[in-house]
Design a protein around this ligand. Sequence first.
Ligand code: ATP
Ligand code: MG
Length: 572
Amino acid sequence: MVDKVVTENGPDEASAPEKSLNFVEEIINDHLKSGRFGQVVHTRFPPEPNGYLHIGHAKSIALNFSLAEKYGGLCNLRFDDTNPFKEEDEYVQAIKEDIKWLGFDWEDREYYASDYFEQLYEWAVKLIKDGLAYVCELTLEEGREYRGTPTVPGKNSPYRDRSVEENLDLFERMRKGEFPDGSRTLKAKIDMAHPNFHMRDPVIYRILHGHHHRTGDKWCIYPMYDFTHGQSDSIEEITQSICTLEFENHRPLYDWFCEKLEIHHPQQIEFARLNLTYTVMSKRKFLTLVNEGFVNGWDDPRMPTISGLRRRGYTPESIRNFCEYIGVAKHNSVVDVTILENHVREHLNAVAPRVMSVLNPIKVVIENYPEDKVEEIQAINNPEDESAGSRIVPFTREIYIDQNDFMEVPVKKYFRLAPGKEVRLRYAYIIKCESVVKNDAGEIVELRCTIDHDTLGKQPTDRKVRGVIHWVSADKAIDAEVRLYDRLFSVEHPDKVEEGQDFRSNINPDSLEVIEHAKVEPSLLGVKSGQRFQFERVGYFSVDPDTTAEKPVFNRIASLRDSWAKIARKGR
Ligand code: ATP
Ligand code: MG
């Protein structure tokens, strides 16, 4: 299934900057030309409420809603809720929240396949009456045997030629609950020798004594996906029923039901599902990660669920832009996850206010700066956006810089702080390291420095200082918890495993690092969950819902790329 990895340099057939029509749009245009559905375009997004939505669903959501918008049509939200054992209202609510957050609106068109159960039952009865369906008593195992293999045709079930009356009676008794789970099914009577497996008398109803999240205990027989999906599309007068490639083989059956039931017949169109490197992409697998405690819930910021990405700090715009960029194709591929990461960087670069934070603080004492002086330094909020203005950052005798910005014995081309060397403190002074204070264990605990008082915000002409580092005032900074995330899986294709293993064996054990006592500038006191910032030279961060009034908690959304080089070039 893994065909190739789509990287930023070589997107698939999808995404040239000037896009021609994608293949779905071409099909829609043909429909509009032929008038097959008049001039109507009506799509739907049909999640099964058996888990939270993931970034793959975002692709489908964006496609269905955007096509409707582009053609002046409508897009429905329909819950495909035919399995009482796996589906829950919690998931329904989460799915709605996620779609809204992505910025799409189904207005009042919120539908449930379970609302069609009565109609579906009637249609099953119609098939029986037309001699096109029968109650079968083969066990699951026997049924499989009778189906044959791709090269061997199946055999007719011994129950296939029951009379219409007998089938009607048995089907009604199935509905009444007279039979135990698994003892009988209703099957469509098609062709046991059909080259397409799905056409070999597929099961259309099964007995499941389960409590359904909407219909309660009303039903103990439930229609199969194939007997629900197309008919639900039909009831809602969907025109293009867009689904992922694995349903291509189901299309003949989709068409067969619409034809035999003589109902509105949408066009099923299949596109390639989204796969990303360094992640799995299935609700079932995410459920495993949640249930087995590999992550802290569906909205864990490491999860590629919509709720995880939201909590991580992704913007809906960046996800929509990503979906637009990757486009739709007819062949499966794997998209490089850095494409997604770059979309959030790109958006946040434009909109996220800059602040200073020191994740691994080391204290710096400025010996030639008065002890109780507090200077108000002006800092630009966003160099990409003048309207974002500026803010005040306090400067004091004691500050923190990051441990990474100091080297006692600097390597070649190290332009940051080192004994006897100068560096610029962002927005403030040029500072020089005079000496290093160590504890008994020989660890550096403090740097003694001096500043050049004439260099506040300006570059001296007599010497060149290449490095710029960020800092916070030691007195005024506030404590913050910072959660640094790495990829949840340590390999590009987590589903590729040795025999006897599964994707869990590729989980990255170091995907979360928590810094309990980072120091952040005081302007960040009182930040609210969901706010996003660029920590200068460090990365993009969002405020986690765990934040309290006293202590903010930040999630790293993405690191910065080339930021150091850029700032150094500007020479500030
Ligand atoms: P999963 O395997 O993760 O449970 P699913 O296909 O079973 O996915 P559904 O709730 O049935 O999940 O999917 C709703 C819609 O989203 C379907 O039309 C499906 O084709 C589409 N979809 C699911 N996964 C992807 C993906 N990775 N890329 C694009 N579309 C997807
Ligand atoms: Mg599914």
